[in-house]
Design a protein. Structure first.
Length: 133
């Protein structure tokens, strides 16, 4: 689905669409992180994922507040980008999913998490560009 669908006619529609996209992504991350935490062998990485899970839960709470302030029901729309990133991270973990190569798996989890974070920051960068022009 392209960003400019039939439902998007105004900047307000675009704002709500982007909120729903980000909300979906954050909810998917909340579902994926517990598995990454459980499978991590490195204590520091595990702690980082636990911290990231708490931060992401706070993001969802804030997004829900923004939805309510905007008179909208919090709900997400499918975001193939985050689905693909999570799937890729799970594939990396699956390839090295045993304790003998635990550190490699942890590096894979860390890089998958970094990719996911990078992808989620893209809408912010687009918004910053639009605001500065």
């Amino acid at each position: 689905m392209g960003i400019f669908t039939k439902d998007i006619k105004t900047m307000d529609d675009l704002f709500v669409h982007m909120l729903r996209d980000i909300y979906y992504a954050e909810k998917q991350i909340i579902q994926a992180l517990p598995k990454m935490i459980e499978q991590s062998h490195d204590a520091q990485l595990k702690q980082g994922f636990q911290s990231h899970l708490r931060e992401t839960e706070n993001h969802v709470t804030r997004l829900e507040q923004v939805f309510r302030l905007h008179g909208q029901e919090p709900k997400g729309i499918d975001c193939p980008a985050i689905d693909g990133i999570i799937e890729e991270a799970e594939d990396i973990v699956g390839e090295v999913d045993n304790k003998a190569v635990g550190r490699r798996a942890d590096r894979g989890r860390a890089s998958g998490g970094a990719l996911r974070d990078h992808a989620l920051r893209q809408p912010d960068r687009l918004g910053e560009t639009a605001r500065t022009q």
